[in-house]
Write a protein that binds this ligand. Sequence first.
Ligand code: SAM
Length: 322
Amino acid sequence: SGAHSSTVAIQATNDDAAASKLSCVKKGYIKDDYVHFFVRRPVRRSPIINRGYFARWAVLRRLLLQFLEPKCYSSESIHMKKQILSLGAGFDTTYFQLVEEGITPYLYVELDFKEVTSKKTALIEHHAQLKEKLGAEATICKEKGEVLGDHYKLLPVDLRDIGQLDSVMALAQLDSSLPTFIIAECVLIYLDPNSTCSIVRWASKAFSTAIFFVYEQIHPDDPFGEQMMKNLESRGCPLLSLHATPTLLAKEKLFLDQGWQRAVAWDMLKVYNEFIETQEKRRIERLELFDEFEEWYMMQEHYCVAYAINDANGIFIDFGFS
Ligand code: SAM
């Protein structure tokens, strides 16, 4: 059916993301000793794509580390437990990296379609370097596409079904009062606008101390944006939510309308220029010959980071871009 083929196509965008991250690793843009387990056919991406993925990786990483840092919190809650919830996590490897770095959060939960979590479950089971990071008590069920470890849960869910999100809260033992970092990296954009709103509202109700991080496209209406939309449509995965949230202001409004206290959206050009660390930029800008500046600016203007904050206890006052 059409619905089925578009689901398959959207899942394929995950293979693309993993392959692109591996391309960045091989060129020295980012360090990730785990993503290669998830890529069957490595590809070499162009310098501009590598730089774009580097920026995407660097901004999420910097905000995540801010969130995990103890000093972000008042002195009496320095050892506060923290949760990360990744929606449409695909083959993301952040959990394994955090364990390696000795900053495992109290709970890390990943959700995706069962087809994707099943593949991820099988690969985790198969590779000791992944499996050993789950802890001794973990249960791994390939048939269900499910991993239940002490600090890590991987669960199959269709994000469009809010009832399933409630069940996942219980099954994963997510605590609605703990500081929670929600990640939606290139995910909401593929959902219909109603589902996107429902998820954003659900998350706001579910977590009183939380950050909702989004990385995705903007500006579908200029020539570059139209081309971007067409490319994905021709692959069978239209950006269904983009016309409902086409601008930075619209992304902020999405969160504020659905109950979040604060929201900030920047395009990736601004993020790259003003938030990614200068030293890091200097390092990666030497890695490959690069002369597509016009295209780089254009591309970065068509991606954004938005984050929304619920801050019941005033612990996120210093969090964010500025
Ligand atoms: N977040 C990962 C990253 O940035 O590397 C993967 C991004 S990939 C472009 C989009 C992911 O969202 C895919 O893994 C896809 O299966 C998942 N996804 C899309 N719609 C979904 C839905 N309704 N329920 C669960 N997962 C979904």
